[in-house]
Write a protein that binds this ligand. Structure first.
Ligand code: SIN
Length: 303
């Protein structure tokens, strides 16, 4: 039995045996734990504490924290414990803190609908992100939650026949077809030239845990190696079989048994492993304000 399928009911666990007093409360049977008695500003200055948080991240895939009254510099320094940070080519960053992407929504802004789609961040890059640390600056009194799905569990639960069909498949991931789609053609083509579509395995391995992960999401446009004699008798088989299978795989993140849903308050933080999760920001709150700041950590090429 793997950690991702533990049948035990969520319980409050005191991790004193881990030398410290972090309180760990799993939030569902599938994914996510809220950590208490830990301050991320302090963790940004403490390698042992950061390593302990990393171990908990591998175990729970997304970690949640309340009341993290910290500076932007501490936010960035905590995320930097896990790797280099990167900006987003479309969303702007805090000018004084490169790598701290501003996800600011206001009633005056047109609804851009990028985050309310199941996705892993930046899979249109050759090296999609390792993870991200997202802090809430301002949120509506109700609404604007974020959901995460465990994509190790999503892979494990696939029918065996599907696992066999997708074992060697690869998929193209595109910023052009997502963030680029609403841009004027010249800007869209410039974005594509800067970030050519990336190709990744449909089933990737977690570089630290070895777990198998279903790795297609809203940025995936098509399979690149589906057109084989086993899969395709005539061209029509490609069009239908390939796109239906891709949509079926993308839809797995929407299964509630694989998910956790987090309600934000100012100074709440989520830290997720982007390699084995997808997330969806619920856009039910317009015309309210919602301000989030995200430190995205550079990752490795999936294999
Ligand atoms: C994201 O999609 O990375 C942002 C999630 C959120 O704003 O809740």
């Amino acid at each position: 039995m793997s950690a991702s399928t533990s049948p035990s009911a969520p319980a409050v666990i005191d991790t004193a045996s881990r030398q410290r007093s972090i309180k760990v409360e799993p939030l569902t049977c599938a994914i996510g734990a809220e950590l208490g008695n830990v301050h991320l500003g302090a963790a940004s200055r403490d390698a042992d504490l950061s390593n302990e948080i990393r171990a908990l991240l591998l175990e729970h895939k997304v970690l949640f924290f309340r009341d993290q009254d910290m500076t932007r510099a501490e936010h960035v320094a905590f995320a930097r414990r896990f790797g280099e940070l990167e900006d987003h080519p479309v969303a702007g960053s805090d000018p004084e803190h490169p790598g701290l992407v501003r996800i600011y929504k206001s009633p005056e802004q047109p609804n851009d609908r990028y985050e309310n789609s199941w996705h892993s961040d930046a899979t249109w890059r050759e090296r999609p992100q390792f993870g991200a640390v997202l802090r809430c600056i301002e949120c509506p009194p109700v609404g604007g939650d974020t959901m995460w799905a465990n994509m190790v569990l999503a892979y494990e639960k696939l029918p065996e026949t599907i696992k066999q069909r997708i074992a060697t498949l690869r998929a193209r991931h595109s910023i052009e077809a997502s963030f680029g789609a609403a841009l004027p053609i010249e800007k869209r083509l410039a974005l594509k030239a800067q970030f050519p579509d990336a190709e990744h395995p449909v089933v990737r391995s977690h570089p630290e845990t070895g777990e198998k992960i279903l790795f297609v999401n809203g940025f995936a446009t098509h399979f690149t190696n589906f057109h084989t004699p086993e899969n395709v008798r005539v061209g029509q088989d490609y069009t239908q079989g390939s796109s239906q299978l891709l949509q079926y795989l993308i839809s797995q993140a929407a299964i509630p048994e694989y998910q956790v849903r987090w309600r934000w308050k100012p100074n709440s933080v989520a830290f997720w492993d982007n390699r084995c999760t997808q997330h969806y920001a619920v856009m039910d709150y317009p015309p309210c304000h919602r301000k989030m700041e995200r430190a995205g950590i550079v990752g490795d090429a999936p294999y």
